[in-house]
Design a protein around this ligand. Structure first.
Ligand code: CMP
Length: 139
């Protein structure tokens, strides 16, 4: 059975461009419940840890440099079939391929600066949730 949790980050460039409010608004309008949320900044080492599955890929350095370049918003979201439903809402990783109305179509600038992260599996959603939030930080 599909899980009901997914983890998102609003990435540094979207934070810098004051897109936190509009992005959270869309997330709420689509019925995702915020279970936990944090305005924080990843160190380079923490960004490398978060994206460890991509270690060795050509974009890993750029990605982890960018993700540690400024503050982010991390949020744990609840919805039926959360991972798939959230990926539908954010659109394709490459904003050029993202459907109209999706968060990445609206706010992303490029594959690296793609506005938001969304977990890619239930298993990773739980790992990513634990990366940011203790049990007492979840409501
Ligand atoms: P995200 O959902 O945060 O998960 C991994 C990130 O790596 C992804 O969004 C993109 O920002 C980035 N990424 C994935 N593929 C590429 C690529 N081919 N070139 C540059 N960045 C990429």
């Amino acid at each position: 059975m599909a899980g009901n949790l997914t983890l998102t980050m609003i990435k540094p460039r979207a934070v810098e461009k004051n897109h936190i409010g509009p992005i959270l608004g869309i997330i709420n309008e689509h019925g995702f419940k915020i279970k936990a949320m944090k305005f924080t900044r990843l160190s380079k080492a923490r960004a490398e840890q978060f994206y460890a599955v991509h270690k060795g890929k050509p974009f890993y350095e750029t990605l982890t440099d960018f993700m540690s370049s400024g503050p982010i918003v991390a949020a744990l979201l609840e919805h039926d079939n959360a991972v798939a439903e959230f990926r539908k809402l954010i659109g394709a990783t490459n904003p050029d391929e993202a459907e109209e109305g999706t968060i990445r179509k609206l706010f992303a600038e490029s594959m690296s600066h793609n506005a938001v992260h969304g977990s890619d599996s239930d298993e990773n959603a739980l790992i990513e949730a634990a990366f940011f939030f203790s049990e007492t930080e979840r409501y």
